[in-house]
Design a protein around this ligand. Structure first.
Ligand code: SAM
Length: 434
């Protein structure tokens, strides 16, 4: 397999193994309704040390990791450094990559920074877990090769494209970038992986006009109802594109024997059986005998497309994310946050209601917001772990989560105004353990 060479790689190769343990120290005054040791966590500190500190308790336990690392654009004018020249990373490179820091080119530095962190993230991931990484064109090609090496090539799942803006700056010199890559790898190809692209509640049963061999479907009478039609005997008859081919009796909106329909169905008999296992119901609502299907609540059955947009997935853009933050803080506190709807969409792709979600480049705390929102929607018990190294871990990251938990008085959304509920324990990193 081709591998990526970069300056400093040899020195950083096994660095994740020698990162010292620093204990997590909880800070009650900054925590919010803290509960037990299994509480949600917001950790202030370098994620390299924080990830190592999480290992004894969380190794192989995280179902979904979402990270949004610095894209290495070279832009240093933001409240966080979007490249690897932040004081923290400069100091870490000086101490740990024995190549002189000044000799490392910008991409080398970024790769040296990501390598050990990705290794530790992999150790924390459950065997059936996945990692999603937001990135842009500056490092996407390097990141794919790094991940091929660390996670192994067969564990590549997909490169999604999130529509980050509908209105890219018209002054863009070459290409107006509307989409942003989002890379997904799984921990182990040996585990069955089902990704869900959201819930399909139902609709008209798909028919296929092209010639195919599926002409007849038998529906179990228990799953079939009929509305707005008189009780009685229904004779075999042509109803537009569907034909009832067996005489059936209807009483109280229910068929008394299994109806057999003829048409050019897209669904196979196996699909019908699978849907019935999922408790999908079939309905005939009109004289035309078109068949509607209605899925039970919370069925997540749609396989995701690699395009994540508002129209397809109800996922917002950067502009929506800015509005969300403004609603919470009353001002523009953070550049380029991700929308909560994007993280909810990713979590829903893989997680059950009690899974743990980790974000080690937490920024404005969108991932915690997304987890709390999902829990409120379905009564789930998902947990989050957030790590942020900058001082605003308290004043932005944790503060957003406090506000979202306790309620945002001016929010338009009722649930957010009342508060989503929940808790977290705020932690810092203690001194090095030898
Ligand atoms: C692109 S922002 C993440 C934005 C986030 N997804 C949101 O929606 O607000 C990247 C964040 O990672 C943080 N970060 C960078 N290097 C880090 C490190 N070594 N440890 C912890 N956090 C780090 C930065 O301070 C910044 O807040």
């Amino acid at each position: 397999m081709p591998t990526l060479e970069f300056k400093g790689k040899q020195h950083i190769y096994a660095h994740h193994l020698t990162v010292p343990y620093r204990p997590l120290e909880s800070d009650k005054t900054r925590s919010c309704n803290p509960t037990d040791t299994d509480d949600n966590l917001i950790i202030h500190g370098d994620n390299l040390h924080a990830l190592k500190a999480l290992l004894p308790r969380y190794e192989n336990r995280i179902k979904c990791i979402y990270i949004d690392p610095p894209y290495n654009t070279g832009n240093e004018g933001w409240e966080y450094n979007d490249n690897v020249n932040s004081p923290l990373i400069r100091q870490w490179l000086t101490e740990n990559a024995p190549v002189d820091n000044e000799d490392l080119e910008r991409h080398d530095k970024w790769l040296c920074m990501m390598w050990p962190r990705l290794h530790l993230l992999k150790e924390l991931l459950a065997d059936d877990g996945v990692i999603f990484i937001s990135i842009d064109d500056n490092e996407v090609h390097h990141l794919r090769m790094l991940l091929d090496e660390i996670f192994r090539e067969p564990n590549f799942v997909a490169q999604f494209f999130w529509m980050r803006t509908a209105t890219p700056p018209s002054l863009s010199k070459t290409v107006r970038r509307k989409m942003e890559p989002l890379i997904c790898y799984r921990k182990s190809v040996g585990e069955k992986l089902s990704l869900f692209g959201g819930k399909t509640e139902g609709g008209d049963m798909p028919l296929l006009n092209a010639d195919n061999n599926i002409r007849q479907l038998e529906f179990p009478k228990e799953a079939f109802s009929i509305v707005n039609l008189e009780d009685g005997i229904y004779q075999p008859k042509n109803y537009g594109r569907i034909r009832l081919i067996r005489q059936v009796e209807v009483q109280n909106g229910r068929f008394l024997s299994n109806p057999i329909m003829e048409g050019r169905f897209k669904w196979t008999q196996e699909t019908v059986t699978r849907e019935i296992e999922l408790e999908t119901r079939f309905l005939i609502k009109s004289e035309r005998f078109s068949i509607r299907y209605e899925r039970k609540d919370n069925q997540r059955t749609k396989v995701p497309s690699n395009l994540i947009t508002k129209t397809e997935c109800q996922v917002g853009t950067n502009e929506d994310a800015n509005k969300e933050l403004e609603e919470i803080f009353g001002s523009d506190k953070f550049n380029y946050p991700k929308p909560t709807s994007l993280i909810k969409y990713l979590i829903n792709m893989i997680c059950n209601e009690s899974d743990i979600i980790l974000d080690s480049f937490a920024g404005s705390g969108t991932t915690a917001h997304a987890v709390l929102d999902l829990n409120r929607e379905d009564g789930g018990h998902r947990k989050f772990i957030l790590i942020e190294c900058e001082d605003y871990a308290d004043t932005i990251t944790a503060e957003r989560v406090r506000r979202v938990i306790n309620g945002v008085p001016d929010a338009r959304d009722d649930a957010l105004r009342e508060g989503l509920g929940g808790s977290f324990t705020y932690c810092t990193l203690g001194t090095l353990l030898k």
